[in-house]
Design a protein around this ligand. Structure first.
Ligand code: AHR
Length: 385
């Protein structure tokens, strides 16, 4: 069933509302600020798993209504690829939420981290005249033309996870505060180093896919601490968010910076697993009581297990379970309702040791926030994705 005209009108109305300055932390929409990209300027909004579960139920109920009325909603989903455990969880979340049982016909394209393939996938969805397009953008730029084509075809676009930063021609976005993740990692490292009496930090960073908003936000946030604290960042090279990439970069770091580093920051868990393999081979110890402090992002099941085992010191969650929120947005559009332009997933910070209980830092909106540090338990690992 098509409600494209209604959806596009809604989208346009919302864009006007956004430009008029609707935002702040009490709603999911965020006013752009100079301190951070518009997409990262608000506090987390989506509650953790309990609300996600409620949202899933709501989505499922709405989907059941659509299914009962015989109206199947066609959705094309251009996914980044399959580079990480996080990505596998994200794909499953969308596939579960957009199930046939919930009244959807989901076409899924794994773009294998190839931006050209992702643009082509979106154009194929336009040709097929799907009702909605969901994009998890590999990189944050290069989208304006194809999003204009979606708009011209009257197909609303919902962006999830990573942001699109060079166009506002999408209806809604659901995802993470990547800059806050990087800031939180910096704030934690500052307090951890002080608590452990580490007076000199020599840091190696294995970054994610270059130009992905997850990479840009984490790098920019962490770099604020590097600059402010005068830490020595020896190098930053991309591991492309993969285990192989993390291992390869760390192997080269172990040769180039032998005996010269005491902190490794990996921008996702899979890179951290690869870095661990390389450090094991080079005889470098890491984690609790090791020579190297190992920081990661994502907090997937295997990553949290490593935190519990003391092999990763801190893991900053990026929540991949945006499927229910995304499906709920489509259902609302379908019903002619307004939707929030931006929805932020809530994300806790996990640590291996319990001596530090919280961090205080200035977030991407410029607000000073104090957030809990959660020591990982087996129950937390078992409940993860
Ligand atoms: O965009 C989210 C990032 O992409 C996750 O941190 C990473 O695991 C994935 O590949």
């Amino acid at each position: 069933m098509k409600r494209k005209v209604v959806s596009v009108l809604l989208s346009t109305a919302m864009a006007v509302t956004m430009l008029a300055g609707c935002g702040g932390n009490s709603g999911s929409s965020a006013a752009p600020s100079e301190a951070a990209p518009a997409s990262e300027a608000a506090a987390p909004e989506t509650a953790p798993s309990a609300e996600a579960a409620a949202s899933e139920i709501a989505s499922s109920e709405a989907g059941t209504e659509a299914a009962a009325s015989g109206e199947t909603i066609s959705v094309g989903f251009a996914q980044v690829g399959h580079e990480s455990d996080w990505r596998t969880a994200a794909t499953k979340s969308v596939q579960d939420a957009f199930s046939a049982e919930n009244g959807f016909d989901l076409q899924f394209v794994d773009c294998d981290n190839d931006s050209a393939a992702q643009l082509e996938a979106v154009r194929n969805f336009i040709q097929q005249d799907v009702d909605y397009i969901v994009i998890d953008p590999i990189v944050s730029t290069g989208w304006d033309t194809v999003l204009q084509e979606c708009e011209d075809a009257g197909i609303p676009v919902i962006v999830i996870d990573r942001t699109i930063d060079d166009s506002d021609k999408y209806t809604a976005w659901v995802g993470s505060q990547f800059t806050n993740e990087g800031l939180a990692a910096g704030a934690w490292l500052k307090d951890y180093a002080a608590a452990k009496g580490m007076d000199e930090l020599n840091i190696l960073v294995i970054s994610g896919t270059t130009g992905a908003s997850a990479q840009l936000g984490r790098s920019n946030g962490f770099d604020e601490y590097v600059k402010a604290e005068g830490w020595n960042k020896l190098d930053e090279q991309t591991g492309d968010f993969t285990q192989e990439g993390g291992q390869e970069v760390m192997e080269s770091y172990c040769k180039s910076y032998e005996g010269k580093f005491n902190v490794v920051v990996c921008q996702n868990d899979n890179e951290a697993f690869g870095a661990q393999q390389a450090m094991d081979a080079a005889g470098v110890s890491y984690g609790v009581g090791g020579d190297v402090v190992l920081i990661s992002f994502d907090a997937c099941t295997a990553g949290l297990q490593q935190v519990l085992d003391g092999k990763i010191n801190a893991d900053f969650q990026c929540n991949p379970l945006s499927g229910p929120d995304c499906a709920s947005i489509v259902q609302k559009l379908q019903a002619g309702e307004e939707v929030e332009k931006e929805t932020f997933m809530a994300e806790p910070w996990y640590v291996a040791e319990s001596d530090l209980t919280s961090i205080t830092y200035k977030n991407a909106s410029g607000e000073e926030v104090t957030e809990d540090l959660i020591p990982v338990t087996q129950e937390i690992v078992d409940a993860a994705y």
